[in-house]
Ligand binder design. Structure first.
Ligand code: SF4
Length: 216
């Protein structure tokens, strides 16, 4: 009966209760894996008499005293029993799972020029930047590209020269784009005046600007 009443109450603001439990018992399991453990600890503390009041008090404590960043431990009625406070750093609970490192990929962007124009290609309709105009590129993969691999994916036979590289961060990965530049012709490119490149997606604008300004 008591646990049911507690569950009904804590379903509303269980973040406050989780925080109090994690600190009170110095729970080292990080969120979100710790959620069942924290809920069980909270349920075990519920009194049979007036369980709703107990749950409400715990939520109020979490909202007003055991605050996320700066808990007011000197005003807390649980201070003498709080294992988190005893560690000297109660604000570091609940522990959180470290964010996975953003994967890093490597690609090659080809800056093909014809006078004042730059050769662009429309990207495939599906996938990142789908359907947008961009510089011709290799695939984007985990490993860097060797010279031979980079030349093999070039959109045209030309005297490709290194023109530096740029870094770009997308939401789900970061990218190093190695830049190769050449004068020449290629099938399927859309010749675009340099002054019109500002409409490109930022990764390609960055690559074009860098590649066009770097000396061959
Ligand atoms: S003593 Fe501090 S950390 Fe522990 S429950 Fe109270 S406010 Fe939270």
């Amino acid at each position: 009966m008591a646990a049911i009443a507690f569950d009904e109450a804590t379903n509303v603001v269980d973040g406050n209760v989780e925080r109090v439990m994690a600190r009170l018992f110095a729970v080292e399991t990080p969120l979100p894996a710790a959620k069942p453990e924290l809920k069980a600890l909270a349920a075990a503390l519920v009194r049979d008499e007036r369980p709703g009041d107990w749950a409400q008090a715990l939520m109020d404590l979490g909202a007003t005293v055991c605050r996320p960043k700066s808990p007011l431990c000197d005003r807390c009625p649980l201070a003498s029993a709080c294992a988190g406070l005893a560690t000297g750093a109660p604000e570091t609970y609940p522990r959180k799972t470290a964010k996975a490192a953003r994967p890093h990929r490597h690609g090659v962007a080809y800056i093909l020029t014809r006078g004042d124009e730059v050769g662009l290609m429309r990207r495939p309709p599906k996938g990142l930047l789908g359907g947008m105009l961009g510089l011709p590129t290799s695939d984007w993969r985990d490993a860097p590209w060797s010279d031979a691999e980079a030349l093999a994916q070039a959109p045209a036979q030309a005297d490709w020269r290194s023109a530096g590289e740029v870094e770009h961060v997308f939401t789900h990965f970061s990218l190093t784009l190695r830049l190769l530049r050449a004068d020449g012709e290629a099938e399927g490119v859309i010749w675009t005046a340099r002054r019109d490149l500002d409409a490109l997606p930022s990764v390609f604008l960055k690559a074009a600007r860098a590649g066009l300004s770097n000396l061959l």
